[in-house]
Every structure is written in structure tokens, then in C-alpha cells.
Design a protein around this ligand. Structure first.
Ligand SMILES: [Ca+2]
Ligand SMILES: [Ca+2]
Length: 267
């Protein structure tokens, strides 16, 4: 035992940096502990840099992630706002669309109604045009009747053929020249029962009846037995002779001095 102590004492002398153990087991644990501490103190600089770098990286990543989240959140908020605006615009446009459809339907209804009124007015226009044409025709016919009526008139006094012709000329007319059956029928109808001179005579040559415009007689409306030149004194013709028993064939020759009315016609 003493020898071992000596040895260790000597050893201390020979190796001043190593542990000197009085109690070897105790000193051994102490020495092992010191070795571990010594080893930890040697490894500490390299191990302590890695966590710091890691922490910095993690912090940066977290920061970036936070920024991304904030940006995404802001963008989502913006998109949500735009979506709300678009929804509002969509609702407005839908409302306008419904309103426009309603206006379109109303306009179409008005169009149909106007077309119906148009057709009705066109029908009325056709009817009015037809009525206008009819009225114009009646007006023309009436005007013709008036003009025809005004063209013929009876003198106011019974006179000789020559004097009655003068009365006609005094009013811008002459004793009538009857040139058609229609005219004779019209005069017989209009001046029914009136005995009147017409512009027909055979004074120049017996039996050669001439109109006052010197055209020869072609169409004749003598009553039966006329002209008979009774007593060789009848050279002037009347229409509506009271001796005639017919409606149209009413001519007769009378003495030119016999007083009857004159039937005048304006040209
Ligand atoms: Ca005669
Ligand atoms: Ca006669």
C-alpha cells in the first residue's frame, strides 16, 4: 500500500499535469468527470453554431410564410370584394334584363296593337276611298245634271217661233237641236206637258226640215201623222204637242206664228 502511494506520489512528480489520487477510485471518477467536461468544452464551438443558423433559417422561412399568408389573405380579400361587386353588377344587370324584357314585351304588345289599328285604318281607308270615289262619281253626275239642267230652259212667254228664238238668243242660247234619242227622252221627261218650239223648220223648202244650225234632220220623233203641213201653213216644229199620245214621239208641225213657249239650249 505504501508502495502504491509512493508510486503515485512519484508519478505526480514525474507528471505534474495528471491527477494524483490519494483515493484511487474516488480520484478515478473525478478524473473521468473532468475528462467528459474537458471533452465537452472542446466540442462546444462547432455544435453551438448549427442551432443558431437553423433558428435563423426557420425564422426567415416563417417570416416568408407569414408574408405569403398576409399577401394571400389580402389578395383573397380583394378577390372577395371584386366578387361581391361582380355579384352586385350581376344582380343589377339581371334586374335591368328583366326590366328590358318587360319593356320589350310591352313594346311588342303595342306593336301588335298598332299593327291591328294599322290594318283597321287601311281597311277604313279603302272603304273611305271607295266612298269618296262613289261620292265623286255622284258629284260629277250631279254636276252634269245641273249643267244639263242649266243648258235647257223654257222661255217665259208663248210667242211665235221667230220671237221665241230671239228670247233664247237673248239669254245666250238658241232653240234646241235634238241630236239623240236620250236627249229627246230627257226633254220629254223634264218638260212633260209643255208644248214648245224646237230649232227645226222647213220654211226654206217645204218638206226639207233643217235645224237652226242648217244641218238636215236625221233622227226624227214625229207623232203619228206629223208633219202634215196642215193648210200648207205649218213650217215650224214643236215638241210635247198636246195632240201627241206618246212619251217620246211628240213632235208636230205648227204654224210658225202660233204662240207657244220656246225650248232653248245653251251650247
Ligand atoms: Ca211645212
Ligand atoms: Ca201639223
Amino acid at each position: 500500500m505504501d508502495r502504491r502511494s509512493d508510486i503515485y506520489e512519484n508519478t505526480e512528480d514525474n507528471h505534474p499535469g495528471e491527477c494524483v489520487y490519494a483515493n484511487w477510485e474516488k480520484q478515478r471518477d473525478s478524473c473521468i468527470l473532468n475528462d467528459q467536461e474537458s471533452k465537452q468544452s472542446v466540442d462546444k464551438p462547432a455544435g453551438s453554431r448549427c442551432p443558431t443558423l437553423f433558428a435563423v433559417c426557420v425564422s426567415l422561412l416563417c417570416g416568408l410564410l407569414l408574408i405569403c399568408i398576409i399577401v394571400m389573405f389580402m389578395k383573397l380579400n380583394t378577390m372577395a370584394g371584386e366578387r361581391d361587386q361582380m355579384l352586385i353588377r350581376y344582380d343589377n344587370m339581371t334586374t335591368e334584363k328583366i326590366q328590358l324584357q318587360s319593356e320589350r314585351d310591352q313594346l311588342q304588345s303595342e306593336k301588335v296593337q298598332l299593327q291591328s289599328e294599322k290594318f283597321q285604318l287601311q281597311s277604313e281607308k279603302v272603304q273611305l276611298q271607295s266612298k269618296r270615289d262613289q261620292l265623286e262619281s255622284e258629284r260629277d253626275s250631279l254636276n252634269n245634271s245641273i249643267q244639263q239642267c242649266l243648258r235647257y230652259f223654257i222661255t217665259s212667254q208663248k210667242k211665235s217661233w221667230s220671237d221665241s228664238r230671239q228670247d233664247c238668243k237673248a239669254k245666250g242660247a238658241d232653240l234646241v237641236i235634238i241630236s239623240s234619242k236620250e236627249e229627246q227622252e230627257y226633254l220629254s221627261r223634264r218638260f212633260r206637258g209643255v208644248e214648245a218650239w224646237i230649232g227645226l223648220t222647213d220654211t226654206e223648202e217645204e218638206g226639207k226640215w233643217m235645224w237652226v244650225d242648217r244641218t238636215p234632220l236625221s233622227t226624227k220623233y214625229w207623232w203619228d201623222g206629223e208633219p202634215n203641213d196642215y193648210k200648207q201653213e205649218e213650217d215650224c216644229a214643236v215638241t210635247g204637242s198636246k195632240f201627241a199620245k206618246a212619251e217620246v214621239l211628240t213632235w208636230a208641225d205648227y204654224p210658225c206664228t202660233f204662240p207657244v213657249f220656246g225650248l232653248c239650249k245653251k251650247n
